[in-house]
Ligand binder design. Structure first.
Ligand SMILES: *[C@@H]1O[C@H](CO)[C@@H](O)[C@H](O)[C@H]1NC(C)=O
Ligand SMILES: *[C@@H]1O[C@H](CO)[C@@H](O)[C@H](O)[C@H]1NC(C)=O
Ligand SMILES: *[C@@H]1O[C@H](CO)[C@@H](O)[C@H](O)[C@H]1NC(C)=O
Ligand SMILES: *[C@@H]1O[C@H](CO)[C@@H](O)[C@H](O)[C@H]1NC(C)=O
Ligand SMILES: *[C@@H]1O[C@H](CO)[C@@H](O)[C@H](O)[C@H]1NC(C)=O
Length: 267
């Protein structure tokens, strides 16, 4: 074999070179944490996890390969249940993760922070709960964070405002609470801005760009009203109590006086 032949052989070997052990771990754990009741995930078997990619060809449904590594996982609308494995972070070349419109539950693993190439994260329309991990701010290339229609709770981490490439951010229809960090609600300079539609449908969330809560203004009035009302009622009650007490003691005094005067010898 000549020089070029050997070079070609080496190049082919590198290209087809098997399976990155990290991708294998990632896929193995992910398939263990997901439930696939409708058997939608074709080729999601141990054998394929050991060799999911050949160059740019993928043998796994929903996976896209780049240079022998998994770089996109797109599994929307497949009736998947179960949870998102933290070992997903072992797919270190992953640029896009779309698990939207399934029935996934449990938390968003903070381990996703190790996906340093991640640009698109779409976990919308699931049943995910727990907090939005502030560690997502470490995925510096994130363009898209779409988490709408889940059951996420707690505050929106202000650290996410550090993501300068963020152009889509949607956390509407969750159970988030607290103030919208101004690093996201009122972005400065020429950073893309997000309007109220990104935040609506979270009962406890407030601040710009959400409209000021009118019901909150009313309830403040209501609280003042209740306070004044109950103050008046307790005033009347205590006044009545004092009156009754005065009367009783007066009577008792009068009685006692009577008793005393009876005991007193007459002069
Ligand atoms: C499953 O794998 C076979 C070969 O291993 C491949 O021909 C087929 O296209 C794969 N199916 C999907 C959905 O990727
Ligand atoms: C794979 O991911 C898990 C969970 O984040 C982590 O503990 C482990 O260190 C990772 N493995 C490698 C080889 O990076
Ligand atoms: C996320 O996925 C949903 C449903 O699959 C889709 O409608 C939505 O447009 C996606 N979000 C983005 C920002 O592409
Ligand atoms: C938004 O930020 C600008 C300065 O960057 C400030 O002047 C403005 O008052 C802020 N708006 C709100 C609603 O917080
Ligand atoms: C809010 O932003 C979304 C997405 O960026 C856009 O589709 C929508 O038209 C905007 N709504 C308003 C009232 O500007």
């Amino acid at each position: 074999m000549g020089f070029w032949g050997r070079l070609l052989a080496v190049a082919l070997l590198i290209l087809s070179a098997a399976a990155d052990p990290n991708d294998e771990q990632c896929l193995t754990h992910l398939s263990e944490s997901l439930e696939d009741p409708l058997n939608n995930l074709q080729n999601w078997t141990k054998a394929t996890f050991a060799n999911p990619c050949q160059g740019f060809t993928s043998f796994l449904q929903g996976a896209t390969c780049n240079n022998g590594r998994i770089y996109k996982l797109s599994l929307p609308n497949l009736a998947l249940k179960g949870t998102i494995s933290p070992f997903l972070s072992n797919c270190t070349n992953l640029q896009a993760l779309d698990l939207s419109s399934n029935q996934l539950s449990g938390p968003i693993p903070p381990d996703l922070q190790y996906l340093v190439n991640l640009a698109v994260l779409n976990l919308s329309s699931n049943r995910l709960s727990g907090p939005i991990p502030q560690q997502l701010a470490l995925c510096a290339y994130l363009n898209v964070i779409d988490l709408h229609d889940n059951q996420l709770s707690g505050p929106i981490p202000q650290q996410l405002g550090l993501l300068v490439r963020l152009s889509v951010f949607d956390v509407s229809n969750n159970k988030l609470s607290g103030p919208i960090p101004s690093s996201l609600g009122n972005r400065s300079g020429n950073l893309p801005r997000f309007n109220a539609s990104s935040y609506e449908g979270n009962k406890g969330l407030y601040g710009y760009p959400l409209p000021p809560m009118k019901s909150k203004g009313l309830s403040v009035l209501a609280i003042v009203g209740i306070g004044l009302g109950s103050g008046f009622v307790s005033l009347v009650l205590s006044f009545t109590a004092v009156c009754i007490w005065l009367r009783v003691t007066e009577k008792k005094l009068a009685n006692d006086e009577g008793k005393i005067s009876q005991l007193m010898p007459d002069y």
